[in-house]
Ligand binder design. Structure first.
Ligand code: BGC
Length: 499
């Protein structure tokens, strides 16, 4: 009788909850970035980055006036991090290399052997524990000296980036099989050179961000071509972040158009030149920026175009799309009745949230798991089903050990991703949680905690402690299946184990 009941119950679970099993070759990982975790900002020959300069010179621009000088101290404590990665059982670890730690001035003629050794050791230790390194070459920490030359608004910076990439390949490409050129070109250009919120703090929206974008996309494609012609022993991609833009009202045509415009002009700005069939910026982006430029007394468009040859070289310059995704917005048109030039006006949409969506500690992040499925299907249809690695997805809170909201967020988003894979055949090959541990969250300082591991930032020892989400993620990776307990509003039983 009991056996019969169990058989029926398991059938019931399978049919109501679907098949929550991942393919055997699916990869799970965690993500971090150099400036957010390493500390050791001037240790052993490291040069300054624009984030060192920005956080030192503008404490008022960081919410708690903090800096990343020590951060999670991973520069000295990678062994603890390694132990945590092993405990989690991740298949890969996505981390970034700090350009000025390796090349202190940014230029190839001055190598810092200590920096090279630091990353070399990380890579070796990961490999000897069967964890694949996934290396981001640029996670926002430009060598400060290159900013003196205009940073990414100067097209010549690209050749220094290619030198740096070539150097990394020459040292590590026989060991590293997953490379990412840039983390989030949108944030690099829009937030750093347009809105001035991030380093280097340039406030020239609608102009400097577009100049930056052209240099970044060209630099990416040059590095890809170099990798393919000289090394070609792994995969190289780029990580682009985007929310899902949902029309505010699906029955209002203008809202549907506005949401599509936001997808094209925010995400497509970066993805269309690389992943679309014809390459180049999306037409809607070229048209709108040209029209608004002319209407605003410019003599031509503010968007620097690519030559035919450049379009060809950028198109197809990635083996995979790295996707960073956190949240969703409801979108409707908004003309921003102002003469000011800005990318926001160029896009011309209003972004809102549904007050019913569960909140997080970050004002910009609401919990909307279905947005990920819609986004993945949109990408599949728009770019002919590219190979995707979700390189960031995560949830910010106050940093407590019983992080049930994080567990629910991760379970919901991972389930939504799996649904897109199973029901719509979206080609997702891997997924990484942002982040391994609580870290320095850029202008939000230490006020937002994204980690699976807690760090008490009032304690100089920076001791790492596992949160409940460690158990959730570890179990999931172990069985390659989303635990059924995470569905239908079932409470998740917290288990805290200390290593
Ligand atoms: C960035 C991370 C950041 C995370 C959460 C992403 O856009 O790549 O560096 O910590 O968002 O804000």
């Amino acid at each position: 009788m009991i056996l019969l009941f169990l058989a029926f119950f398991s059938l019931f679970l399978q049919t109501t909850l679907g098949n929550n099993v991942f393919p055997d070759d699916f990869l799970f990982g965690v993500s971090t970035s150099a400036y957010q975790i390493e500390g050791g900002w001037n240790a052993n020959g490291k040069g300054e980055s624009i984030w060192d300069v920005f956080s030192h010179n503008n404490p008022d621009k960081i919410i708690d006036n903090s800096t990343g000088d020590v951060a999670a101290d991973s520069y000295h404590q990678f062994r603890e991090d390694l132990a945590n990665l092993i405990y989690l059982g991740v298949h890969f670890y996505r981390f970034s290399i700090s350009w000025p730690r390796v090349l202190p001035t940014g230029f190839i003629n001055h190598v810092n052997p200590d920096g090279v050794k630091y990353y070399s050791d990380i890579i070796d230790q990961l490999l000897s524990n069967k964890i694949e390194p996934m290396v981001t070459m640029y996670n926002w920490d430009l060598p400060a000296m290159l900013q003196e030359l205009g940073g990414w608004t100067n097209p010549n910076i690209g050749s220094y980036f290619v030198d740096y990439a070539d150097f990394l390949f020459s040292k590590f490409s026989h060991k590293v099989k997953y490379w990412i050129t840039f983390n989030e070109p949108g944030e690099i250009c829009e937030t750093g050179y347009g809105l001035g919120l991030n380093a280097p703090g340039i406030n020239m929206s609608g102009i400097a961000d577009y100049l930056c974008g052209k240099t970044v996309l060209l630099s990416h494609s040059k590095v890809y071509r170099l990798y393919k012609s000289k090394y070609n022993n792994g995969k190289l991609g780029i990580s682009i972040s985007t929310p899902w833009y949902e029309p505010k009202n699906k029955n209002v045509k203008a809202d549907v158009k506005a949401a599509e415009r936001a997808m094209q002009m925010e995400f497509g700005w970066w993805a269309h030149p690389i992943f679309s069939r014809h390459g180049d910026y999306p037409d809607i982006m070229k048209d709108r920026i040209k029209n608004l430029s002319l209407a605003n007394n410019f003599t031509g468009t503010r968007l620097p175009y690519f030559s035919k040859d450049e379009i060809k070289r950028i198109r197809g310059s990635a083996d995979f799309l790295g996707l960073n995704h956190y949240t969703t917005y409801l979108v409707s048109p908004n003309d921003y009745n102002t003469n000011l030039t800005s990318h926001v006006k160029d896009v011309g949409v209003k972004k809102e949230i549904d007050p019913k969506w569960p909140a997080s500690k970050a004002r910009w992040l609401k919990v909307v798991p279905w947005g990920l499925e819609k986004l993945l299907i949109w990408i599949k249809n728009e770019y002919n089903n590219p190979c995707i690695y979700i390189t960031e997805n995560g949830y910010p809170d106050d940093g407590g050990l019983l992080d049930m909201d994080r567990v629910r967020y991760l379970a919901g988003y991972i389930k939504s991703m799996l649904k897109a894979m199973q029901e719509s055949q979206v080609n997702v090959k891997g997924y990484a949680v942002w982040s391994l541990m609580d870290n320095w969250e850029w202008i939000d300082g230490f006020t937002l905690k994204f980690g699976l591991y807690q760090i008490d930032y009032d304690d100089c020892a920076r001791i790492r402690k596992p949160k409940s989400s460690v158990n959730f993620y570890r179990d999931l990776i172990h069985v390659m299946e989303i635990p059924a307990i995470c569905f239908e509003g079932a409470p998740v039983i917290p288990k805290i184990e200390h290593i």
